[in-house]
Design a binder for this molecule. Structure first.
Ligand SMILES: [Zn+2]
Length: 507
């Protein structure tokens, strides 16, 4: 077992500390120099802050991995541009493998002409190709994809045709079907995860609360478990699967199986509503910029309650996506029936974006937890249009949440936002000027990414002798730093269970 020493760091406000780790645990914390066994790996911190391992408490690493491997078609100005970038993507792929791309917009092309399957067949005769338009609702697919999906004889508005048959432009339901039917493999999911894991370790993350997808949970869970048993995972994963996977997880006894510490199946991710951007988040009052619309609840009150009871009875943690205040209310109603005041299963609400005082109070009273995304505050510049001046004050009220006693954790919802917890800390303290009274203090911002995030996933986070050796070393002493400067702070090292999974200069 390797041992590791971090020298000259600031731990819990104490400068010039040394932390010695062995056997995956913190063995000794001391002030000043320490003597350690020969062969111990040494990291010089030069006064940098050592934190308990930072955790992203809600992200989609498999989706992000998929996106990273896709051909980026944003900004192309003609069909030749699509062809050139696609060609590079095809060269990176194995024969016959599906190739994805996204981001083209024919509004930027000469004559605003949509691409045709013949345009891309030339560069990809044997790999099936799906290239999604910037909106996500339309794609062009090549002839090989038409063939593999059996779309050739399809009729209707979702399958565009000209005199030569299908043009390759598919829309809405057809595109959803294509995505669902594209074959996935545990091997491909594993490669995607490892690409994301390296980036997460560089960002200072030691654990991810990983949401697996309804379309691919079998392959994604298999990838996680195979990588774990091969000893190939650097980070810890706390996994949340969709309700439709519950039977599979139970039949395969995946949650109960005794394993290492890297992967744990914690619970079930449930959707109560949609998003503010698409005006599908369920609000108590109509949208300010669409008075005929209050958004959409995905389930009836009864169905959500029944599902939450089933999840709770099986011993799983429920995490409910609820963005609008009507959806949060529905989630609180359903959860309050099983939580008592202590909420022993640590059920959470994800996003809890529009959160007026009455709902904050009810969440606190029932011990209902939350996972929030500080970078949404700086990204959702259109929020005031959707909600109006009055209601927007109840959007992302992080300080009020913490002060009313809600245990909230920080997250990225990656690939929606950058995985960097440093950026999350910066956003939670600066908020781009939105409702500045809801800005967090440095201690609160650190807590949502460390102790609160750990607790929300049934882990502990503290740098203490005998405790787990999961920690993040920053390149500066951040106490007293101006919040605006925090986004420039670098990560010197990331340690998971006593192993250095990232160190500055090692790439
Ligand atoms: Zn999400």
């Amino acid at each position: 077992m390797t041992s590791l020493l971090i020298r000259d760091c600031t731990v819990a406000g104490v400068p010039s500390s040394s932390v010695y780790m062995a056997g995956g645990k913190v063995a000794r914390i001391s002030k000043g120099e320490v003597s350690v066994p020969e062969g111990t790996e040494v990291v010089e911190a030069n006064g940098g802050t050592l934190l308990p391992g930072m955790i992203d408490s809600h992200c989609h690493p498999f989706e992000y991995g998929w996106l990273k491997r896709s051909v980026d078609l944003r900004g192309v100005s003609n069909v030749t541009g699509i062809r050139l970038r696609l060609q590079a993507g095809v060269l990176r792929s194995r024969p016959g493998e599906w190739v994805f791309g996204m981001g083209w917009n024919q509004e930027d092309f000469p004559g605003r002409k949509m691409p045709h399957r013949a345009d891309i067949d030339e560069v990809s005769p044997s790999n099936p190709v799906v290239l999604t338009r910037v909106c996500g609702h339309i794609a062009v697919i090549n002839s090989r994809a038409v063939e593999e999906l059996g779309f050739g004889s399809r009729e209707g508005a979702e399958y565009e045709r000209d005199s030569g048959g299908l043009t390759g432009i598919v829309k809405e339901g057809a595109l959803v079907e294509a995505y669902r039917r594209i074959p996935r493999s545990a091997e491909r999911c594993a490669a995607d995860l490892q690409a994301v894991e390296a980036e997460a370790a560089r960002a200072g993350l030691t654990a991810l609360h990983c949401v697996v997808s309804p379309e691919g949970y079998r392959e994604e869970l298999a990838a996680l478990l195979q990588l774990e048993s091969a000893g190939s995972l650097s980070l810890r994963y706390r996994v949340y699967f969709p309700p439709e996977a519950m039977e599979f997880v139970e039949a395969e006894k995946l949650a109960a199986a005794p394993r290492g510490q890297r992967v744990r199946l914690n619970g079930v991710k449930i959707f109560a509503d949609g998003s503010l951007g698409a005006r599908t988040a369920a609000l108590r009052e109509p949208y300010a910029d669409d008075p005929s619309n209050s958004g959409i609840l995905r389930m009836t009150d009864e169905d959500l309650s029944a599902l939450v009871e089933r999840v709770d009875a099986k011993g799983f943690q429920a995490i409910i996506h609820a963005i609008g205040d009507r959806a949060v209310e529905q989630a609180v109603d359903a959860l309050a029936r099983v939580t008592g005041t202590k909420n022993p299963r640590r059920h959470r609400i994800e996003h809890a974006a529009v959160l007026p005082k009455d709902l904050r109070d009810r969440m606190a009273r029932h011990g209902i937890r939350a996972a929030v995304q500080p970078l949404f505050v700086t990204s959702d510049t259109w929020a005031v249009d959707r909600l109006g001046e009055e209601r927007v004050r109840d959007l992302y009220p992080f300080r009020s949440m913490l002060e009313s006693g809600i245990l909230a954790s920080g997250s990225s919802d990656s690939p929606v936002e950058s995985m960097s917890p440093i950026l999350g800390i910066w956003a939670s303290m600066t908020r781009g000027g939105a409702a500045p009274e809801e800005s967090l203090s440095l201690d609160q911002a650190l807590a949502i990414y460390t102790s609160n995030a750990a607790s929300n996933g049934f882990d502990e986070a503290a740098i203490s002798e005998g405790g787990p050796a999961c920690m993040t070393l920053l390149d500066s002493d951040i106490a007293g730093m101006h919040p605006a400067l925090l986004r420039k702070v670098g990560v010197l090292a990331t340690v998971v269970d006593g192993a250095l999974v990232h160190s500055y200069g090692s790439g």
